[in-house]
Design a protein around this ligand. Structure first.
Ligand SMILES: [Zn+2]
Length: 476
């Protein structure tokens, strides 16, 4: 159950998920000038980050050399939280109130069935630095999982994302404390971004982000200093697993058995037929995850995972609201489930149906994007792209962006080679001089954005008002 009406949040990344397109874009807005009292304090925050930069780089490099894939980031989360504790933050590990099926979904989504560690999300954390008052709560959201591989590697640069957010939070919290600036600084560690199910969505459903006023995140070293627009990212996803159970038999006397693999064949055939009769904004993808053991044994168990995506701006009548899009994709899932049940009936097998991942469109707040963009430019971000890009398409963060307005900081650095995302070359950037520069710059822009929100009530209201307006449209 969602604790309250959902609202949500943006990001630029092309991670596990692909991109999403614009639905409604708001033009860039002129950022009101920085109040002099903010400018007077900001240098102290910058100085803290400069003083802390060696440690940030050390953690970044350590994580590069010690990559841990999703759900297994025990060392990275221990290091980051230890750092926060040492700097006066109170740390809670894990997420209470997760869906009871979450452990089952973790295995479907990518964790080895041999996993014998703690249940839930033991590597998630919330670190709080309580200042003069609780609100506004400025939350830095960080990831730290590596990509799966042999060996795992930081091709998505989360080794930089964790230390950047931690460094920004520590630098900001110290200054807010010293100067008596109202508000508190949180760091929320969100594990397993690169595998399913969407952990941030599970955390949001469990109420983990409740109480947060603003969320700031980054994503590795950017090539460009880019401005995102306000609006909705466009994509919804439902991740389904179908497991069929039949009856084993010697294949030479197959009439004694019931083939679970036959049911999987029918499932895929049915999905292909459904594809023909689905609106073009739907995409279906599937793989067979278990197809039996040997040809001379009738498979008693077989399974498949099927994803369906829906793009809210590709419908025949044009863009629809995210709420309406949710109804459309859920109706499609019901058709898929009926195909699976039909396949079971036809083959004399039974089927277990698990929906292990739900991704919804996110809200991107133009005023928040513009603010972070302005600081990124002021701090010397390279390769500035003035024209607003589409709303950030980070659908994994969809539910989170409904809870509180969020922004993804993107500060361009010169000299970053063109590499594929999720490549070893992309990982190597993080330990280059340019990568280190990007790390420090990113932390400064994140902290400056946080400081402005803590001290500038008018800016807070502006961002919250726009967020509320998008939320109303979201549910139309
Ligand atoms: Zn990624």
């Amino acid at each position: 159950m969602m604790k309250r009406t959902m609202r949500w949040f943006p990001a630029v990344v092309v991670c596990v998920l692909a991109f999403a397109l614009t639905v409604s874009a708001a033009p860039p807005q002129v950022v009101p000038p920085e109040p002099p009292e903010v400018a007077a304090v900001r240098a102290a925050v910058d100085a803290n980050i400069d003083a802390y930069s060696a440690r940030m780089i050390e953690m970044n490099d350590w994580m590069y050399h010690n990559p841990e894939p999703g759900f297994l980031e025990f060392k990275a989360s221990a290091m980051l939280t230890e750092e926060l504790r040492k700097n006066g933050f109170e740390v809670e590990m894990g997420v209470p109130g997760l869906d009871p099926k979450f452990d089952e979904w973790k295995i479907i989504g990518g964790l080895s069935p041999d996993y014998s560690g703690p249940s839930g999300l033991p590597t998630a954390f919330k670190a709080k630095y309580k200042g003069k008052s609780e609100h506004p709560v400025i939350a830095f959201m960080v990831e730290y999982d590596a990509l799966r591989g042999n060996p795992p590697f930081h091709g998505c640069q989360h080794n930089q994302q964790g230390p950047a957010g931690v460094g920004a939070a520590i630098a900001l919290a110290k200054v807010m404390d010293e100067k008596g600036i109202p508000g508190s600084v949180w760091v929320i560690g969100t594990p397993a971004e690169e595998v399913g199910p969407p952990t941030k969505a599970a955390m949001a459903k469990a109420g983990y982000f409740d109480g947060v006023d603003f969320i700031i995140r980054s994503h590795g070293t950017a090539r460009t200093t880019a401005r995102g627009s306000g609006g909705f990212s466009s994509m919804s996803i439902r991740q389904m697993k179908y497991t069929f159970h039949g009856k084993s038999a010697h294949a030479a006397a197959a009439w004694g058995g019931r083939s679970a693999l036959d049911a999987v064949f029918l499932l895929f055939h049915g999905i292909e037929m459904l594809r023909e009769h689905s609106e073009p904004q739907f995409r279906f993808h599937g793989v067979v995850t278990d197809g039996g053991v040997a040809p001379n044994i009738v498979p008693e168990m077989a399974s498949a995972t099927i994803w369906v995506r829906h793009f809210i701006d590709e419908t025949r009548v044009g863009a629809v609201s995210p709420r309406k899009a949710g109804e459309m994709i859920d109706a499609k899932v019901e058709q898929m489930n009926n195909i699976a049940k039909g396949a079971a009936l036809a083959t004399g097998t039974t089927v277990d149906i698990a929906q292990y991942g739900v991704y919804v469109p996110s809200i991107s707040v133009g005023a928040f994007n513009d603010l972070a963009f302005q600081y990124a430019v002021d701090y010397g971000g390279a390769n500035v792209q003035e024209k607003p890009g589409p709303p950030s398409g980070w659908d994994e963060t969809g539910l989170v962006s409904l809870v509180a307005p969020g922004v993804q900081v993107s500060v361009g650095v010169d000299g970053i080679p063109q590499t594929a995302g999720h490549s070893q070359q992309n990982a190597d950037i993080t330990i280059s001089p340019e990568g280190h520069k990007g790390l420090v710059l990113t932390a400064k822009v994140m902290a400056a954005t946080g400081l402005r929100l803590a001290m500038d009530a008018a800016m807070r209201e502006k961002i919250k008002a726009e967020h509320a307006a998008w939320l109303a449209k979201y549910n139309e």
